[in-house]
Design a protein around this ligand. Structure first.
Ligand code: ZN
Ligand code: ZN
Length: 282
């Protein structure tokens, strides 16, 4: 499969194996490019992000792999950087220290103004999602969702990530309980967010397959209805599996490519050492 994956997690953060195992698997799959995107350090206790004191070791490990495998696959260095207003560091600082090839910006923790408690919307546990929305938003789905998309908007406006991670991650643990993706206000909010991305940024949106192969979501991130709007607005897209182990590197790629073709997408964006390039969808 002559494709690529720009969104992967190794044992430096919450992934399962050493980076080199992903490289070997990617070569076996026929990928031409593999990007590493460990969760960037965050300034509080957590189980998912790379530790600040291992960041330099991570950078060096990926740089060494770039050299070792340069004639077989293009390896890129990145971070999936959390954006929590007033809490996380600016993306530009990480780009500078790591000399990153690109950045992925993601919202996994939602902050409500004036309250230090964070709502963790990701991870395997639905109970944690429920606890957060109850505690911060009194179980009010719409208020929680608005806070999520506003945080995404602020991330796009202030941090300018190259790639926006799992655009509608907020739906994952919802399971049609706190809100419906069919409601008018939800569609309007998504449209407003996409319009801003299209008009005011150069961001790429990823089609992220993780929800499907982990069986945590019935649709890709973003869902087909949102992908149609992204296509309409001509926002560039990339494809990734958000792999946390080597076997997940091409998870649901065939299905995602099929859907993208049906919607009308013609090309995917990825990076080489000099910057963005596009590849036709076959
Ligand atoms: Zn993520
Ligand atoms: Zn990720």
């Amino acid at each position: 499969m002559n494709y690529f994956n720009l969104h992967t997690h190794s044992h430096f953060c919450d992934g399962k194996e050493a980076p080199e195992e992903y490289v070997k698997r990617a070569i076996t799959l026929g990928f031409h490019t593999l990007g590493f995107s460990s969760h960037a350090p965050v300034p509080f206790e957590n189980k998912f992000a790379i530790r600040e004191d291992r960041l330099e070791e991570y950078f060096q490990t990926i740089r060494d792999l770039k050299i070792k495998y340069h004639d077989r696959i293009s390896i890129l260095l990145s971070l999936e950087i959390d954006f929590i207003p007033g809490i996380t560091k600016d993306f530009a600082g990480f780009v500078k220290t790591g000399n990153l090839d690109y950045t992925i910006g993601g919202v996994h923790l939602i902050r409500k103004k004036g309250i230090e408690d964070l709502w963790f919307i990701d991870g395997p546990l639905q109970e944690r999602y429920d606890e957060g929305i109850e505690k911060l938003f009194n179980g009010h789905g719409r208020k929680g969702v608005e806070a999520y998309y506003n945080q995404v908007l602020e991330m796009v406006g202030t941090q300018k990530p190259d790639i926006i991670a799992h655009f509608d991650k907020i739906k994952m643990h919802n399971k049609n309980r706190y809100f419906s993706e069919e409601e008018g206000w939800y569609k309007d909010l998504v449209w407003k967010t996409l319009k801003f991305i299209a008009d005011e940024s150069d961001c790429i949106i990823e089609v992220n397959t993780r929800g499907l192969y982990k069986k945590r979501s019935d649709t890709f991130f973003p869902s087909p209805a949102i992908l149609e709007q992204i296509h309409h607005l001509k926002i560039p897209v990339t494809l990734s599996s958000d792999a946390h182990q080597p076997q997940e590197l091409n998870g649901y790629y065939e299905e995602a490519l099929k859907l993208m073709k049906e919607i009308g997408f013609k090309e995917l964006v990825y990076f080489d050492k000099k910057g963005r390039i596009t590849q036709d969808i076959k």
